[in-house]
Design a protein. Structure first.
Length: 214
């Protein structure tokens, strides 16, 4: 019985059916199922499949956004139960597009995928200055910071932000993950970022690796 409803939750999420997903999550809770099990084996399981398909170019940004929106709807129902059960997020990550860059679709996608993987995500928005990244990380006691740049002209702001964290003495406490169309692994290495992700699905894998590496 439990397996059947968890499979339904995963499939409904993948199809992006938000109202139906909310009903199923409520139904699972009403049946006495643990909120963490619903999250892990239902919603995160579904989001992982979408993430894998996205990496393999079997689905594209619109499908991922629709699934992520359904996930958010399901989380509205599940969050109070998770909180009551004392279930904590995997880690906190602050995410933003760097100074001078106003692109947000990629950043929003990364935020949704990370939330879907069990992270507490603080979206700092676009055109984020170094000071705002540092203040956000301190205020929310974030273990990770994700920076996005979509223009070659704003990649310099990424380096400035990484340098800012070092100067603030936070380089060891906060792991920095970078990404965006013009960004490469070699650029990430060059500026001293801890991780690089080519797309939103990979961002989750890299965040997990950085977290587990301590």
């Amino acid at each position: 019985m439990a397996e059947a409803i968890l499979e339904q939750i995963a499939e409904t999420l993948m199809k992006g059916r938000a109202p139906q997903l909310k009903e199923l999550v409520q139904q699972a809770l009403d049946q006495g199922m643990g909120p963490e099990q619903i999250l892990q084996e239902g919603m995160i399981a579904g989001m992982s499949v979408i993430g894998g398909k996205f990496k393999r170019n079997e689905v594209y940004v619109p499908e991922v956004l629709i699934a992520a929106r359904a996930m958010n709807a399901g989380m509205e129902v599940l969050k109070p139960a998770l909180s009551d059960a004392g279930v904590k997020a995997k880690a906190t990550i602050c995410v933003g597009t760097v100074k001078g860059d106003l692109h947000d679709i990629g950043k929003n996608l990364v935020c949704m995928m990370l939330e879907g993987a069990g992270y507490e995500v603080v979206d700092l928005g676009v055109n984020v200055e170094t000071e705002k990244f540092i203040a956000g990380a301190k205020e929310h006691q974030a273990q990770l910071v994700g920076m996005s740049a979509l223009l070659t002209t704003t990649m310099g702001a990424m380096k400035a932000a990484v340098d800012g964290f070092k100067e603030a003495g936070l380089a060891d406490q906060v792991k920095i993950l970078v990404g965006g169309a013009p960004v490469t692994q070699s650029f990430a290495d060059e500026i001293g970022a801890h991780g690089y992700a080519a797309d939103a699905a990979t961002a989750v894998d890299v965040a997990d690796q950085l977290l587990n590496a301590g």
